[in-house]
Design a protein around this ligand. Structure first.
Ligand code: SF4
Length: 338
């Protein structure tokens, strides 16, 4: 059939119905791009930052959490579309030999954190294996502290490798699970793995002898801050064998503030006035709210029986991974970045 015949021929039956169908949704298109990088290890000099070195294999993150504090990092790339953080993912160029040379800079006892800005186990990791490449090189290192933060069950793929690194270093994995309710997670973290899969990853890591725990940060006021909600996360974490549980309250700044308020207007419009009043002056809610939530988290932790463990991490690093503090990536001069 020629094009003109196709134009002339009237559409019938299902073809006519299909042509008249309304657009229900468009599938997201994600682009993966390479990004040359001079160094994989990012040195942190600030005393406000609890790590000596950070590694972030990707820029941007497909998980699209509405509260993501790392969104500002895409503004350095001068992308016009604020949503590009979720749809334009940059994979850093990998060179094992030069990364191994970089590793010589790490002194014994120093802390290296993977995933301080963007998730090291986001979907791009299935294609590019950059985080796995990093871990393979780290099996040659001794006497350091390694922290890995992720919201993905894909970390379970590397459980054997992480356990191997842990035999000659102090290693700790923190899996972020803000809610055990999949419907809430779908709204707040649209493309992150189902909470059930994340609890499963904790179990996998623990089975391999890896020190792993759950952080429910950020706690979203009036969305995930109820005692029942936090107890559900802590209970499931305990069942998965988590070594720690912690959480702290949301903070909003810059582009994250805009994204989060748009999300509230779409999904929780009744909460907008409370957030506007609470976050008007600062990137955190009032001190009284934060103090109440801190106490609640402490009670939930105690009630869950997970407790605290001494990982012998520097004070600040332990606080971040126990969820008592949150890394403020935007601190000027912190040296923390993707
Ligand atoms: S997983 Fe982490 S880096 Fe990725 S969008 Fe969510 S908060 Fe941001």
């Amino acid at each position: 059939m020629t094009a003109s015949q196709a134009v002339d021929k009237p559409l019938l039956g299902i073809a006519r119905q299909a042509a008249a169908g309304e657009l229900l949704a468009e599938k997201r298109r994600v682009e993966y791009r390479s990004l040359p990088t001079k160094s994989w290890l990012n040195r942190c000099h600030s005393s406000r930052v609890p790590f000596d070195w950070t590694i972030n294999p990707y820029r941007g993150c497909e998980f699209a959490c509405q509260y993501c504090y790392a969104r500002y990092t895409h503004t350095y790339l001068e992308r016009d579309d604020p949503g590009s953080f979720e749809t334009e993912i940059f994979a850093k160029s990998w060179n094992a030999a030069s990364f191994r040379k970089e590793l010589c800079q790490i002194r014994s006892g120093q802390t290296v954190a993977i995933g301080t800005a963007t998730d090291p186990y986001q979907p791009s990791e299935r294609r590019f294996h950059l985080t796995r490449n990093v871990l393979e090189c780290l099996t040659m290192v001794r006497g350091i502290r390694l922290c890995i933060t992720t919201k993905s069950d894909l970390v379970g793929r590397d459980a054997d490798l992480i356990a191997k690194i842990g035999r000659q270093n102090r290693v700790h994995v923190s899996i972020t699970i803000t809610t055990a309710d999949p419907a809430v997670a779908r709204l707040t973290e649209p493309l992150a793995p189902h909470p059930h899969l994340r609890f499963g990853a904790v179990q996998t890591l623990r089975r391999h002898g890896v020190v792993a725990g759950v952080t429910a940060s950020p706690i979203l006021p009036y969305i995930t801050d109820g005692r029942a909600s936090l107890e559900a996360v802590a209970r499931a974490a305990k069942e998965a064998g988590a070594c720690h549980f912690g959480a702290q309250v949301l903070f909003l700044r810059d582009i994250t503030r805009t994204t989060y308020f748009n999300f509230l207007k779409r999904c929780f419009p009744a909460l907008v006035p409370w957030y506007e009043a609470s976050f008007r002056q600062s990137s955190s809610p009032q001190a009284s709210y934060s103090a109440r939530i801190k106490k609640l988290v402490s009670e939930v932790r105690e009630h869950s029986g997970i407790g605290r463990i001494d990982l012998e991490f520097p004070r600040g690093a332990a606080a971040v991974f126990f969820g008592d503090a949150q890394l403020r990536l935007f601190d000027e001069g912190s040296g923390v970045g993707p």
